[in-house]
Design a protein around this ligand. Structure first.
Ligand code: ZN
Length: 266
């Protein structure tokens, strides 16, 4: 461990960054040690579980929920940090965020209530009383670009920024395959059926502990009939008349960009 390692410290979902007159960046472990003092250091230290970024090891740290950034520092939402720090550090910060969230929500055994301890070998918390191991939680979700000829189906949820539409998404339920989830979610949310599913790619989604699995599907049947408890609007869009889109870092953005590229070539 070196003082020049990166320190990815979170208060809730906000990442602590150093903000100087000229730059904003992730602090080093040495800088965080000066800030916090040695005793509190390493509470949520990640050890080897976080890949290095920008050529240096990374460490995850949990700050209190009411932590106030001192002068020269600021707390920035994880999404917003994407525009401020290198991509490799943003990815590491996402991993750190999931790690910290897991540790802070797995202090006691869900089976018997005993305080948990870090497991020596696995990335797990273990219960000294009943032996139960508790692994990091990961909630897979599908995200789907539905295509009908030269149109794509995008929807908006009430918590999106005004005017933004995105590809449809939903969490996988126990006992369900990814493909079954795609069919169920699309039918539930917008009332249409799809066919010809193709895997597109996946993306860790640390808000707070998801994995987005992207698909492209063809519209098969049905007219749009939204489920207002999930989304507030859904429409067909052509590549030359797209609405405001989600953040460029998102897999939704990559799905739509892929469609635009294919459409231009057709
Ligand atoms: Zn237990």
């Amino acid at each position: 461990m070196s003082t020049s390692d990166w320190a990815l410290a979170f208060s809730g979902d906000r990442l602590l960054l150093m903000s100087g007159a000229e730059e904003i960046r992730v602090p080093t472990r040495g800088e965080m040690m000066n800030l916090l003092g040695e005793p509190g250091w390493g509470e949520a230290d990640s050890g080897t579980s976080i890949p290095p970024a920008e050529g240096r090891p990374c460490h995850a740290l949990e700050l209190t929920d009411d932590f106030e950034a001192p002068e020269g520092y600021e707390l920035v939402g994880l999404r917003a940090s994407h525009a401020l720090i290198p991509l490799s550090l943003f990815r590491a910060a996402g991993t750190a965020r999931q790690r910290v969230e897991w540790l802070r929500t797995h202090r006691f055994c869900a089976r018997c209530g005993t305080a948990l301890e870090r497991h020596d070998e696995h990335q797990a918390m273990s219960c000294g009383e009943c032996g139960q191991l508790h692994f990091p939680r990961l909630s897979p979700a599908v995200i789907v670009l539905v295509q009908r000829g030269r149109e794509i189906l995008l929807g908006r949820s009430p918590h999106f920024s005004p005017g933004v539409y995105s590809t449809l998404a939903g969490f996988v339920e126990p006992g369900e395959s990814l493909e079954e989830c795609v069919h169920r979610e699309i039918e539930e949310e917008v009332g249409v059926t799809v066919s010809n599913l193709h895997y597109f790619g996946s993306q860790p989604h640390p808000f707070p502990h998801s994995l987005m699995v992207g698909f492209v599907a063809d519209w098969a049947d049905g007219e749009i009939r939204i489920d207002p408890s999930e989304i507030e609007d859904a429409r067909w869009f052509t590549a030359d008349r797209l609405p405001d889109l989600p953040h460029s870092m998102s897999i939704a953005s990559a799905l739509i960009a892929d469609f635009v590229k294919r459409d231009a070539g057709s």
